[in-house]
Structures are given as structure tokens and as C-alpha cells.
Ligand binder design. Structure first.
Ligand code: DX5
Ligand code: ZN
Length: 215
């Protein structure tokens, strides 16, 4: 059974309060919050004030995925806004180890996100330092894209290395997760499934979360 993290990027921003309530009352485990800067990724989403507002109503872990350059400049601000887990992209961090230590020193759980083209070996040497690997299974920037199939192989490689190093790191899969492919993703070694479009475009989001959770 995987943890389920609905992606608020696909929520209805005109009724965010209702969507937060739905997630609170559902079997979901985390809120996945996608922050985009229009530089690291070719899109802009939402930022600090929206996360601070969500924090007031959300009763579950806030999992903040930073798709921004120079994330170190803002780590303290995201802590203040209410982030429980803060993930930075390996591709945006030439001094990744320092970013991770900063996040941990701010009493947040540390995550590292990794793009589809980046070999998973790029993060092996920080596995013992981090709580979550957010493995992108689409190119970051947009919800509702198709799952990139070779991610399954990357999950298996990462899982084997986590076992070999005996760390507690969770594998979170982000992008294109559906009710059809979720089982294969879990079987490959995923611990957390992000789901945006699959949850929010469904007729009954809470039921879809329940179905993902039941796999
Ligand atoms: C993409 C984001 C994802 C996105 C997932 O850049 O990081 O979290 O919201 O959305 P779906 O599940 O629709 O692919
Ligand atoms: Zn994300």
C-alpha cells in the first residue's frame, strides 16, 4: 500500500477550500504542492501566500515540490509558510548537499527531485541524507502528461540502491500516475504516488484516492 499525495496543481482554485476539505477527509496521506518559477520549468504555478493559506486548513503533511532555480534562497520562507517536506531539484542545485543540510536545519524533511533524463545514480551519494526522492515520471512543469515508461526501470534501480545502502528513503513518483499504471509503479518499488489529473479530473476524487490507496 503506497502513500497517496494528490497534487493541488490540478485542483479547482476557485474552490480550493472545498478541495482541501476533500483531501482532509479522504484516505490521502500528503498534499503535494508544486511551485514553479518560469525559469527552471516553462510554467508558473503558485507560491508562498497560497501555501500559507492551504496550511491553515490542511490537516495532513504538506509536501512542497520546488521547481525553481536557487531554491536555497527561499527554504526558510517555505518553512514559515508551512512546508513539512521540501524537495529541491538535483538539476537546480550545484551544491545539493548544502541545500539538503539547510532544509534539515530548518526542521523540514528533505527531498530531492530528479528529472526524467537525469540518471538516478546522480543522487546515490545523498540517499542517506534525505527522506524522499521525488522521481519525475514526466517532464516537470505541467499536470496531465503521459507517464514516461522507462521510469519503471529507474524506480527498480533506485529501490535496489536504497536496500543496498540500508536507508529509509521513500520513493515518490510524480507525473502521469493513473489507476491503470499505479500497480506496476508500486510493484517496481514506489512508496508514494503523486496524482493530480487522475484525482481531480475524476467524477469522484475521494473515491479515486481510495482506489489508488487500495492497490
Ligand atoms: C509536474 C508536477 C506534478 C503534477 C502531476 O510538474 O510536478 O506534481 O502536478 O500531475 P499529474 O498527476 O496530472 O501528472
Ligand atoms: Zn510535483
Amino acid at each position: 500500500m503506497a502513500l497517496i499525495a494528490p497534487s493541488v496543481l490540478s485542483a479547482n482554485f476557485l474552490q480550493l477550500s472545498a478541495d482541501i476539505k476533500m483531501i482532509n477527509e479522504s484516505e490521502a496521506d500528503w498534499f503535494h504542492l508544486d511551485v514553479m518559477d518560469g525559469r527552471f520549468v516553462p510554467n508558473i504555478s503558485f507560491g508562498l501566500p497560497v501555501i500559507a493559506a492551504i496550511k491553515k486548513e490542511a490537516t495532513k503533511t504538506l509536501d512542497v515540490h520546488l521547481m525553481i532555480e536557487e531554491p536555497g534562497k527561499f527554504a526558510e520562507d517555505f518553512k514559515k509558510a508551512g512546508a513539512d517536506i521540501l524537495s529541491v531539484h538535483v538539476e537546480a542545485c550545484p551544491h545539493l548537499h548544502r541545500n539538503i543540510q539547510q532544509i534539515k536545519s530548518l526542521q523540514m524533511k528533505a527531498g530531492v527531485a530528479i528529472n526524467p533524463h537525469t540518471p538516478v545514480q546522480a543522487i546515490f551519494d545523498v540517499l542517506h541524507d534525505i527522506d524522499v526522492v521525488c522521481m519525475m515520471s514526466v517532464n516537470p512543469g505541467f499536470g496531465g502528461q503521459k507517464f514516461i515508461a522507462y521510469t519503471i526501470e529507474k524506480i527498480k534501480q533506485l529501490k535496489a540502491e536504497i536496500i543496498r545502502r540500508n536507508t529509509q528513503t521513500l520513493i515518490e513518483i510524480d507525473g502521469g500516475v493513473t489507476l491503470e499504471n499505479a500497480k506496476e509503479i508500486i510493484d517496481a518499488g514506489a512508496d508514494v504516488l503523486v496524482a493530480g489529473n487522475t484525482v481531480f479530473a475524476s467524477a469522484n476524487p475521494a473515491e479515486t484516492i481510495r482506489q489508488l490507496k487500495a492497490l
